[in-house]
Design a protein around this ligand. Sequence first.
Ligand SMILES: [Zn+2]
Length: 379
Amino acid sequence: MTSVSGRDPHTGRHIEVAIRDGIITAIAEVQSDDPAWLSSGLVDLQINGYQGFDLNADNLTSDTVVELSRRVLATGVTTFLPTIITAAEEKIIACLRAIAVARQLNPTFHHMIPGVHVEGPHLSPEDGPRGAHPREHIRPPSIAEFDRWQRASGDLVKLVTLSPHFDEAPNYIAALRERGILVSIGHTRASCEQIHSAVDAGATLSTHLGNGVDDPLPRHPNLLWTQLAEDRLTATFIADGHHLPDDTLKVMLRVNGIERSILVSDMVALGGMPPGLYETPVGGQVELTPDGRLSLSGTGFLAGSVLPLKDAVAHVARTSLSLSESLRLATENPARFLGRAGKLHVGAPADLIRFTWERTAGIQIESVLLQGTRADSNI
Ligand SMILES: [Zn+2]
């Protein structure tokens, strides 16, 4: 039996959480002057890489997956979906297999990685909405291909992002929902009717709403209004201060409300790296500026984010919502889609973070527990 204490961001009260065999067994209010906050660990539905470890690398190995997971854990993320982007089928399958092996080797990573997010390859082929996804590998949805992904990886894919402009999209979405797979709308120039059809077929998420879309857009109607208006869709947002202007993010969060909003990092391998020009295997040359903006050289198109999810939580807590509300967007809300708790309650896995929060310094992670074990001790 161990215990950990801190201030509950949702009530402001000090609590002590008792843990046995990796599970929360009791939560009690205590008297304390300890300034650190205690929360359920962060849940990130979209991580492509971090600190030089690239989940979309050619010849991805399970070692890379394990090392990336360790580093991500140190940023306070206790559950995440490794995200594989548009590529040839053989490469998608090779990446899925490497992640599957990493999970099989270590129960810790099995717990931390409940599945994989495949973003693509059924996206808009057009410059702009396609973002950094390679055009030559964009292709229409294929249920046969999806089933090959699942056979090769032991049913590891849990979330697929697609553009619903393809004629095959409604049938494909319905087939994935029958298999228990989440479908998200993204990287698209779809019409409003096609968005509604995708939701009727079972799509429940919008991937990084406001990005992966034409610029400029017709003022109305357009696919942003439709996705914001669609009560059956929950949107993910990249809140790094670059992907969405603060005013836009604030309005989108207000329209969707706390319940229908999720923060994702969409971090790429250059996350946590120094500024400069880099060659990437799929996106070509990219530029990382000192203020944390990553774009395709010469086009200005954003090529993913470099900020961990904790910094997105801090950004939203600074600009739009309370700390408690902002945390919900990165814990309870994404966890709900994965069948996880995402909050502190008796019987839940003891996936916990202790951290400090100040407007200028942001969120500083003090310690991370995964299933009751400290992240720096032998994980
Ligand atoms: Zn994307």
